[in-house]
Unconditional design. Sequence first.
Length: 379
Amino acid sequence: MVDLKGQYAKIKEKVDRSIMEVIDTTSFINGPEVHQFQKELEDYLQVKHVIPCANGTDALQIAMMGLGLKPGDEVITADFTFAATVEVIALLQLTPVLVDVDPVTFNIDVEAIKKAITPKTKAIVPVHLFGLAANMDEIMEIASQHNLYVIEDNAQAIGADYISNDGSTRKTGTIGHVASTSFFPSKNLGCYGDGGAIFTNDDELAHTLRGIVNHGMYERYHHDVVGVNSRLDSIQAAVLRAKLPLLDKYNKARQRAAQKYTDAFKDVAAITTPQQCQSCRGEDYTSCSCHVFHQYTLRLQGIDRDGLVKHLNEKGIPCGVYYPIPLHLQKAYRDERYKESDFPVTNRLVEEVISLPMHTELDDEQIGYIAQAVMEFVK
Ligand SMILES: *Cc1c(COP(=O)(O)O)cnc(C)c1O
């Protein structure tokens, strides 16, 4: 699904040198690399504060702790996403409220958010799924009407642009009150281990978050709040510093691969190719900066998906089903308040979706081979 080896081969010299420098200085924790990476990411995203931490799941949890959410507060998020999002809500004894998604963008459905709001609702967590921003204009509007926090889960969309209705462009993860991201190796900006970060434009919240990641300490050995230990280590920061200048190029390579796939499937009625953002719809993918294709996900109509997965695997082509089970049907997250009729879209997507290999190193020959193999089965 990803080709981390191929990507590494092209940047080996730089990455190896950066890692060796960290080892030479032995500043493994909170070294200068971490601080410099923080600054460089703030510049890239045009956000006031980046708070590095140990992984994307911690980033979400710490963001929620920083906002002071309390047990029993309701947090609305999407039914069709990776479990980390709902997991941290539950871990903090907040009440997850899962809602359905949009069939075209796969992102949280704004009408469903409106219906799910109660007096106990405190926050909305939109996930920019597969690399495409959720409808942030509407979500921020709903949040301001109801006095709710917006926590963007940006783990799959780092580097993506969001174009607002007023025409202004901002990076995903800089629009809500706070955002989280992951530097897991296969993410669009991945390190060589675990890593994550929290972003915010709010100075006070940033200060709170910096203490929480460090055992609730604002002054050495003074523990003002209950915190956690969640650090990005210097070696990972060195890898990320080597890769951040390439992020736009990497995302372009993904967009180009997406365009090639989409061109190959355009006359196949049984395949729905991924949509772009509202603003860029109709243009080609390579000129749209809004979808950074963490995954390239097709919807299949009337095709035996398991058969297709088997067919592709037999040809040596990996593929994935993200996600095969709606969160509201997962044992850990069942809730008697949910009705199946609340989730018609997610229930259908889990049967229809398939994600094809998507990474920075795909060449035309590979894309042609993969597309051909899909067509053989579908036709
Ligand atoms: C990867 C991911 C996370 C978790 O990140 P980790 O670094 O693996 O903890 C959270 N949310 C989404 C949507 C993700 O894709």
